[in-house]
Design a protein around this ligand. Structure first.
Ligand code: HEC
Length: 159
């Protein structure tokens, strides 16, 4: 190999290593019970709106139960629809009904044994924020100003 060939080879492996590292970080970054422990700002309830808290909780449930079929950020996979699609907007009542009963003869099961109405309502607020394009992709506690907490636009609420 020429010197240039070696350099390019090194640069390529450095890039590959960086990619592997960032993938590992993303993979580790799953929500868990301690999800807010390292984020003191998220814990201060006074500083966060009820809408923010619903979105954050909904994001957590989403990335435990729903993302494996409906995709990270609710963008869908080959297994299940993209719930940010404009044709996939549901009212809260419709969403609750579908998620509680599931869709017969499809991979969409009933979630009523794993999630109560409050939790499904939080998932709804998260999905609605994504569908209304007011919430960017990513963790709600990292997509706000200065990579901090997301701030719901004034007047926005999940209908
Ligand atoms: C095992 C895969 C899987 C998981 C996990 C899953 N879904 Fe689904 N979901 C589907 C499939 C497949 C459909 C489409 C069913 C159909 O053909 O009508 C669907 C449909 C839906 C629909 C209706 C979309 C429509 O166009 O009618 C909603 C809402 C929904 N899922 C929400 C959720 C939520 C919320 C969760 C997590 C609590 C979840 N899903 C978890 C597979 C899944």
């Amino acid at each position: 190999m020429t010197t240039i060939g070696v350099r390019i080879g090194l640069a390529t492996s450095a890039v590959a290593l960086l990619l592997a590292m960032s993938t590992a970080i993303v993979a580790q970054d799953k929500p868990d019970a301690a999800g807010t422990a390292d984020k003191p700002a998220a814990a201060s309830a006074t500083a966060t709106s009820a809408t923010y808290r619903d979105v954050y909780q909904g994001w957590k449930w989403w990335h435990v139960y729903c993302y494996r079929c409906h995709g990270v950020d609710a963008l869908g996979t080959t297994n299940a629809p993209n719930l940010t699609d404009p044709n996939e907007k549901f009212t809260r009542a419709e969403f609750l009904r579908i998620v509680k009963t599931g869709k017969p003869d499809t991979a969409m099961q009933s979630w009523s044994k794993l999630l109560d109405d409050k939790q499904i309502g939080e998932v709804y607020v998260y999905v609605r924020a994504r569908a209304d394009k007011v919430l960017p992709p990513g963790r709600p506690d990292e997509v706000g100003p200065n990579k901090g907490l997301w701030e719901p636009p004034a007047g926005w609420r999940a209908r």
